[in-house]
Design a binder for this molecule. Structure first.
Ligand SMILES: [Zn+2]
Length: 553
């Protein structure tokens, strides 16, 4: 019997940072690896998140055997509730990842659509025809996994997000020995490696170096209240903040829904070593002096509705910031969030807070491998094929360059894109097909906001909106004045003259149209054309224009 081919389909994550989702096929069965979201930028008004494209999966519904999630970040896990609305499937991952997943799925009321299967470091298990092994790998959320697929076509390695941290907070280092063992055995055919930091030279500083900074900085603010913001999933960062604060006699106040939830989950699992007596609820804050408080909150990316933004706008019910506070952003803006973060820092500074961030202190380190780490992993794995994943196109290309610089043949590096299907067989790894991989925009409860609707929103945002209503009498005459309603186009009170001119033009256009025919739709077309021309000439703007003609009885 000839060995079964392996096909990998990328539904997202190859060409952008976020919405990571790969689908591996063996014997006509499909295994998903990650199903994350991507966050919108300013060109996507009203969009909450962007999902991987599932239109191809819908035609293969009965072939899906499960989803394995590499780690608990939103860009790998955040899409699961949307996935479960459409499909029923079991989910696999580390214990912490499963607890984070369970929290989301329960909140969405979708427990009946799935089951959760925690797997341990080094465990080898089967999902349908898939023979899987998971290895510990270091990243900026605890219990991240590197996924190994043992197939008839050899071993495939999917790193998930990773860095090579030799001194992680939990002592759980990347299992490079096992990767080396696999190489020395039958060898590794494909390495799929995180590209996020492939542009950055050198080796990323260990997470534990941040705790050293906290130990140096915190005593400088001994008599002031301390507010620290970081990702709620970055539990090793949370641990280090808590350690430094508690050693100063401070009590920890988690603020923000995901921070409160994640700290509770991590305490229960023992992922966070944090005595319950050292944590209190924000409602009790008023009973504490400044020097005994450390608030740890969400919102380090400037997210408008997160705790730190509410605090900066003095909209938090339990707490008001002032010049007695030090605010520490233990984070780095994700590309696209820079303006929001700078504006947040500005607002906090206006309130009198001392704001400390990674621009002037070593209060953050990345969770993604830089070039020397990618090179080191490459040397250990020495794959037959190198497949950069997770990143914008230029990052994927830069990642490929690392392998090529290490001596890898350029024709065995494959820089693929969203929607590509890659087949691994005896002849090698090659692009064998294409599936749809459009951005799937989520807006509130609407899971499929179309690109056309988004374009309409952009037009409205840029130029506003004009609507004209005209009433035509039964004797083919104009009744009253045309009514011109506008939103966001111009200020009606300040532009009385412009609107009066527009009204005259519409009136003349309608009267001349009425001379020839009394066709409602034709008159509406005339109004739209005339109004569009006037608006374009007078304001150099092209707002959407609509018209209604009412034929009076
Ligand atoms: Zn991650």
């Amino acid at each position: 019997m000839t060995p079964a081919d392996v096909t990998i389909t990328f539904l997202g994550g190859l060409g952008e940072v976020g919405r990571n989702a790969a689908c591996v096929e063996v014997d006509h069965k499909l295994l998903l690896i990650d199903f994350g979201v991507m966050f919108p930028d300013s060109t996507m008004p009203g969009v909450d998140v962007i999902l991987p494209d599932t239109s191809w999966l819908k035609g293969r519904r009965s072939d899906i055997v499960g989803l394995i999630v590499t780690h608990g970040h939103e860009d790998h896990l955040g899409g699961i509730t949307h996935l479960l609305k459409e499909f029923s499937l079991p989910i696999f991952g580390s214990q912490l990842t499963m607890e984070l997943a369970k929290n989301k799925v329960t909140e969405a009321g979708l427990e009946a659509k799935t089951s959760f299967h925690p797997v341990a470091d080094g465990e080898r298990f089967e999902i349908g025809p898939f023979d899987i092994e998971v290895l510990p790998i270091t990243h900026s959320v605890p219990e991240s996994l590197c996924v190994i697929l043992h197939t008839d076509q050899g071993v495939l390695v999917h790193t998930g997000d990773f860095k090579l941290d030799s001194a992680p907070i939990d002592g759980r280092t990347t299992d490079l020995e096992r990767l080396e063992e696999l190489k020395r055995g039958a060898g590794i055919r494909v390495l799929m490696a995180d590209s996020t930091n492939a542009d950055k030279p050198g080796w990323s500083p260990s997470e534990s170096t941040i705790g050293e900074t906290f130990s140096e900085l915190f005593p400088l603010w001994a008599d002031r209240r301390l507010i620290v913001s970081c990702f709620a999933s970055h539990l090793h960062r949370v641990q280090q903040v808590c350690d430094a604060a508690i050693s100063q006699g401070r009590t920890i106040f988690p603020v923000g829904r995901s921070m409160v939830n994640n700290i509770r989950i991590a305490q229960d699992l023992g992922v966070l070593d944090l005595p319950h007596r050292s944590v209190d609820s924000i409602e009790n804050l008023r009973h504490y002096d400044n020097e005994s408080v450390c608030v740890i909150c969400t919102g380090s990316q400037g997210e408008r509705n997160a705790a730190l933004s509410l605090l900066s706008r003095s909209e938090h019910p339990e707490m008001t910031l002032s010049d007695q506070d030090v605010v520490l952003l233990s984070s780095h803006p994700i590309p696209g969030n820079e303006l929001a973060v700078h504006s947040l820092i500005d607002t906090l500074t206006r309130l009198g807070c001392e704001v400390v961030h990674d621009g002037h202190a070593h209060v953050h380190t990345t969770g993604h491998a830089q070039r020397d780490e990618l090179d080191h992993l490459y040397e250990i794995v020495s794959p037959e094929w190198y497949l950069p994943i997770e990143g914008e196109h230029r990052m994927l290309v830069r990642n490929a360059e690392v392998a090529i610089a290490a001596g890898h043949a350029a024709n065995r590096c494959l820089v693929a894109s969203d929607g590509d299907q890659l087949t691994l067989d005896e002849t090698g790894l090659w692009v064998s097909g294409q599936v749809p991989a459009e951005y799937q925009f989520v807006d509130g409860l609407l899971d499929d906001l179309s690109p056309r609707l988004l374009q309409e929103r952009r037009n409205l945002g840029e130029a506003g909106f004009v609507h004209v209503t005209v009433v035509v009498g039964k004797n083919n005459e104009l009744v009253g004045h045309p009514d011109i309603a506008t939103l966001g186009w111009l200020d009606k009170d300040r532009s009385v003259q412009v609107l009066a001119e527009l009204e005259i033009e519409i009136r003349e256009a309608v009267l001349s149209a009425l001379d020839s025919k009394n066709d409602k739709e034709a008159i509406e077309r005339v109004i739209r054309r005339k109004t569009g021309k006037f608006v374009g000439t007078r304001t150099r703007r092209r707002p959407p224009i609509s018209a209604t003609v009412i034929i009076a009885d």
